[in-house]
Design a protein around this ligand. Sequence first.
Ligand code: MSK
Length: 666
Amino acid sequence: MEIARKPGGDSQNCQGVACDVCMDLSEDAEKKGVKTYIQRMNNRALDACRFGSGGTCCRNCSLGPCMIIEEIPDTIGICGATADTVAARNFARMVAAGSSAHIDHAIEIAMVFLETAKGHTDFTIKDETSLHTMARMFEIPIEGRDKHEIAIEVGERAIAEFGKLDGPIAGVRRAPKKLRETWERTGVTPRGIQREVVELMHRTNMGNDQDYRNLIKQATRCALADGWGGSLIATGLQDIMFKAPVPIASSVNVGLGVLAKDKVNITVHGHDPILVEALAMVSKEPELEAAAKKVGAAGINMVGVCCSGVEGIMRHGIPVAGTLVQQELVITTGAVEAMVVDIQCIMQSLPEVAKYYHTEVITTSDRAKIPGATHMPIDHHHTLDYARKIVLRAIERFPMRGEVKLEENAQGVVVGFTFETVKYILGGRFRASYKPLNENIINGRIRGVGVIVGCTSPRTKAGNDIVTVAKELIKNNVMVVATGCAATECGRAGLLQPEAAQKYAGDGLREVCEAIGMPPALHRGSCVDNSRMLVGCTELVHVGGLGDDFSALPAAGCAPEWMSEKALAIGQYYVGSGLLVVFGHTFPTSNSKVVTDYLCNGIENEYGGKWAIESDPIKMAHLMMEHIEKKRDALGINKKKERVLFDMAMRRDLEAPTTKGAGCPR
Ligand code: MSK
């Protein structure tokens, strides 16, 4: 069968792939001959492969590749694999790859953490509250013990979690009881963090698991090992070493106020906060400041991109220049001396773009080298020395700076709304609690929680769908919690400021936001910090009044512009934990109606959560809201109740779920 492929880009409106700020930068750069994702998207010679995008291209062995069309029996694989098997296998492999990215990140963090606990790195045990949370998760005694002693045990236990062959993994303890029972009943309780990835890769190898349901089951167990294992450990240990974020003001966008005209601009891009912390620490050192001044700069300005940006802004208020799609455009401002990258979401084109400017692209992880970049791998026993060398290289570039294009477009944000922070701002230091949030959901001022995660994508006007969904949810009194590039886009649109409640929120949500002084969209961190969402949902359950499981909560997640396999892993661990997750624009099993129907419907009977696919951002928001209202109906909180004055016994009953709901160590 002939598949039509037309030159000149795909069926999307390619001209609208970027926001005005980015189009402006890109057009200017294009005059110099620079090509960014905008030109590449517009000039794609071929449409995206239909088999690849719908999940029915199998190249897992050399009998093929086999391209399968569900409706045409003759197109099944040479080995007999059907569209369902192949789509499920490809989906599962994407989940495995996404999970392994978070897990490998977590392994690196755990190893540096253990060395830190032993006093062998430049970092320290900064946050004892977070240390105690992790210790409780591993059932490590804390009373009367020195923090380093506890930290060494936490580090050893964390490292052991990855190689464990028999579970359950420790993070499972932080889930509500009913959810743990669901996982036991369906057989998806993760046994060891790496084991689940390895088994999934084995099962998807030629001639193994041919049952799409069984493949999705292992994909779920693998994703849960990521969310409740790898990501939870990464976030927890990062908080201990670098301190759990608290609300902090900063700014975002590709322009002045984020990048500085008169300073050495160093952008840090990727995911691992170790690099961010090290650069943030040394860039304030007087010797390096003096070196910058010696070459005519007013100082050193650190700027973030993607999730490194998110890590930097949350803990240090380091401004963020952009998301995935702005990474090349940051260089085209001509104001960046060095773009320092570590792992994940880094475009190979960066050194090519940098050739037109004075920018040096520096790779720092042996996991991610790029031809044309300078490789300066970091030894974590001497991280600060390596970071100083990187900063000095950036300083050397400052005198080579040419024309600079920086517009005044910085957007103010307040970020750092972790689970702990929200508890604190709702109840203060002595009564930190989610109770006011639960109460406002129960009384209907807040209809529910909408989680927005994931990347930005040129399949749409990048960032537009994220912001449209967020605004629609907020307008309808759904509190938004965002992570990763989605959070940065909410920031670029002005939604991460307390004042945004007045401008964009419905009456109920506005009232709550104004009373507490929080934005209607809360920034909750990076991609691995989606584990903070799991902990937050657990707390909503434990506080009471909103059911006994994630699947009962008036909450839904989405990734309107997802692109990374990591987003798929996150989506699957949300689904496996009982939530609705809506993805936009494309879904990797769409060529198999059977598998797609299972993921969007049947899977709900097993884990309580399910997928949905919707590309229109307004419809996506309404799909989430319908789900939220359905859950509210089921909880009985949409019914107007007679006002009852509570006696003591009734009050004690109200407290019961928090205290009886063992499982969450916090
Ligand atoms: S960085 S995975 S583009 S959110 Fe975490 Fe952004 Fe997506 Fe990368």
